[in-house]
Design a protein around this ligand. Structure first.
Ligand code: FES
Length: 234
């Protein structure tokens, strides 16, 4: 049996060497320079650099004259947005001011026109202006003289009669007591002018405070005489 086993091992060894020899030979051929030159024609474009670091070429998508084209577009957009914003702001402010301004009926009440020819000398007339009473007195010559006779330095609120009237015969003033706002009574009081019954203030024929708690003279509103016998208050 021993010689048979030896013979088998020899046969296996020869067969193996015979089968393996061509493979080794083929591997030797494939690595030879001649074979490599014949089969390799591909040139790697990324040789020497990593693929992720390669920046794509976008040159064909770029504008021909990039700086000027982009600036013109930017200026156009900024200008258009500025114009739209300015128009919106102007419209908003206009609407706001329109709403804040006085309406037509309020403006009509802002001025009052009075026909003076209907007020006889020595008489009072009370009209309503902006929700307040206004006293209009057609003074006589004696009343004007009396108003000018007063020593101004003795008054609580020193004021000359000439500073309170535009025409001496016409005294125009607010009918609101300067103490707490009552309406004084005309042709009454110790000085022949007006008397406030609320706390006893006496005003003279020029509407100046002469006695009582009121601190100031009756207020003179803005008024004018645009024509003879016409008074406009306001
Ligand atoms: S309100 Fe006229 S005296 Fe007081």
């Amino acid at each position: 049996m021993a010689p048979l086993a030896t013979a088998s091992r020899t046969l296996v060894a020869r067969t193996s060497s015979t089968l393996l020899r061509p493979a080794v030979s083929a591997r030797a051929i494939s690595t030879s320079p001649a074979l490599r030159d014949a089969s390799s024609t591909f040139e790697n474009p990324f040789k020497g650099e990593r693929k992720s670091e390669k920046v794509p070429d976008f040159s064909k998508y770029m504008a021909r004259n990039p700086s000027s084209v982009n600036q013109v577009f930017s200026y156009f957009m900024v200008g258009a947005m500025g114009a739209i914003s300015a128009a919106g702001a102007k419209s908003t402010i206009q609407e706001f001011l329109k709403n804040m301004s006085a309406s037509a009926d309020v403006l009509a009440m802002a001025k009052v026109e009075v026909d003076l020819s209907s007020i006889p000398e020595g008489k009072n007339v009370i009209i309503k202006w902006r929700g307040k009473p206004v006293f209009i007195r057609h003074r006589t010559a004696a009343e004007i003289e009396e108003a000018n006779k007063v020593n101004i330095q003795s008054l609580r609120d020193p004021q000359a009669d000439s500073d309170r009237v535009k025409k001496p015969e016409w005294l125009v003033m607010l009918g609101v007591c300067t103490h707490l706002g009552c309406v004084p009574i005309g042709e009454a009081g110790d000085f022949g002018g007006w008397f406030c019954p609320c706390h006893g203030s006496h005003y003279d024929i020029s509407g100046r405070i002469r006695k009582g708690p009121a601190p100031l003279n009756l207020e003179i509103p803005a008024y004018d005489f645009p024509e003879e016998n016409k008074l406009v208050i306001g």
